[in-house]
Design a protein around this ligand. Sequence first.
Ligand code: SF4
Length: 318
Amino acid sequence: MIVRDLTDEARRLTLLRFGRTIQLYAPLYLSNECIDICKYCGFSLENKITRKTLSVEEVLSEANYLTSQGFKHLLLVSGEHPRLVSPGYLKEIATKLKPRLASLSIEVAPFREEEYRELISAGVDGVVIYQETYNQKRYEEVHLAGPKKNYSRRLEAPEAAARAGMRRIGMGILVGLSEWKDDLEALIQHVRCMKKKFWQTEFTVSLPRLRPCAGNYEISSPVSDEQFLKMICALRIALPDVGILLSTRESPQLRDRLIGVGVTQMSAGSRTEPGGYLKPEESEGQFEIEDMRTPAEVAAAIMAHGYEPVWKDWENIL
Ligand code: SF4
């Protein structure tokens, strides 16, 4: 299939399954402390950056700021530090935050099934666990120390959340770590397998592209914008009913171009430092942001493309 046909088919399927809508969400970074050494990440233990973990009150202040911008879907993000960012800490935050939100997801260290059950009862309804790369040799080359170094543990992590009954699970690869065609194929197979096994769970996928960060990791398999577009189209055609997320790692031009092609959810106005919405000078972020537009500007761009920005698409009324 040539690229134009690929794009048309991806656009057709996206329109059919999701309509002319793009849901907006925001990441809320809780902590940049991490016990792992991952060569590509600004939060890696060996990087000399200013570290910070937000208090529950600070998290609530950041969330207040985000809800005042219109967000109802938040993603709590942190490095892997199960003692500082523990299930107990997350439960306290979820209990206080969830009543004001449509959905609350976490992208933190993988937990055990029973811990996920507790988090669900506190209000967490989504978990994001990216495999980064399915190439085991490459995986071991870039994950040097810490629990994340264990490839199989990572591979099996989404299942614990699914078994616990998590409503939504996000999966993905870190684009640029390894040969993209192999990784994309493996991701598609993994998602299909999970969908078959856990048919009541909703799955989303994301393809974060490697960005410059502290540690100056050299991107080993760079992917161009055209290749990235192809990846999104291939993903949509292979997994027609799976939501595709797009972060502010990408440029405004590319993000606008991808509206309707396959992407169904976008973050906007993101900061990757813990406390970065209100006090960005107090700590350091995970990577550089490319789309610096405000949430309102991103919403306006979505509308200019004939799509509706959705701030709230779901409410648990049971
Ligand atoms: S990728 Fe995750 S686990 Fe690895 S250093 Fe970064 S925050 Fe820590």
